[in-house]
Ligand binder design. Structure first.
Ligand SMILES: [Zn+2]
Length: 228
């Protein structure tokens, strides 16, 4: 049967937008734990679920149990997060650290990739990476740092995901090391196709070739959990 859609999907590694997706897109919808969550079964839509550092103050320790309940029940959750560390938000940093470490342990125990929100805490992140030596892939989303910062993370095997705004050299470096992803994050009016086109111009490659590279990474990192 003839397929009208592109041979390679556009993958939005991190979005919070529930609007209609295009049929040649795959998206990883990132949800923060709330009461009464549902995970609608929709073609091309997968989920990541985590305790975001902005919202953990009101959630408390028992949220970890609820998070694991969802992971037990819902096969469409294929990544943990976003979780992470944010030095510029009001949440007590020691609480952030505690819940982030617990989520690192869950991602290891369940072999789920970890989508990371990281603001102003790169040293802590590298310390934790050394401490846990994770086997599950770590992906820092919305990466806007400079190339020297990117290099420190990439050298540890950490993946970086880029949205509309980024430093060109960092994207070039991450792509050359086979560890770049693309995302729309919270920008509802931004299409992932546009992000791919912009990135392909930065990288000076054809957008279809970029799509193929990223799709290979997706298959590697998510080990067959994302179907096309
Ligand atoms: Zn996000």
């Amino acid at each position: 049967m003839e397929r009208k859609i592109a041979p390679t999907p556009w993958v939005d590694l991190h979005t919070h937008t529930l609007t209609q997706r295009q049929e040649d897109e795959i998206r990883l919808l990132s949800l923060s734990l709330t009461a009464g969550m549902t995970f609608p079964e929709e073609q091309g839509t997968y989920y990541s679920l985590g305790l975001h550092p902005w919202y953990i103050a009101e959630l408390g320790e028992e949220a970890l149990g609820r998070l694991e309940d969802h992971l037990d029940r819902e096969p469409r959750i294929i990544a943990l997060g976003e979780a992470g560390l944010d030095r510029r938000c009001d949440t007590d940093f020691s609480l952030q650290l505690h819940l982030f470490e617990e989520q690192i342990k869950i991602s290891e125990r369940r072999s789920l990739p970890l989508i990371i929100h990281l603001v102003g805490a790169q040293d802590e992140l590298l310390r934790l990476h050394k401490k846990y030596a994770p086997k599950s892939p770590w992906i820092i989303h919305g990466f806007r740092g400079k190339a020297s910062t990117a290099r420190q993370l990439l050298d540890k095997g950490i993946y970086l995901s880029f949205g509309e705004h980024y430093q060109s050299e960092s994207l070039v470096l991450a792509h050359s090391m086979d560890r770049a992803f693309l995302e729309t994050d919270d920008q509802a009016s931004l299409s992932i196709r546009t992000v791919y086109e912009q990135a392909s111009r930065t990288l000076e490659i054809e957008v279809e070739d970029l799509a193929k590279s990223i799709w290979e990474r997706v298959e590697r990192v998510f080990r067959g959990h994302i179907g096309w």
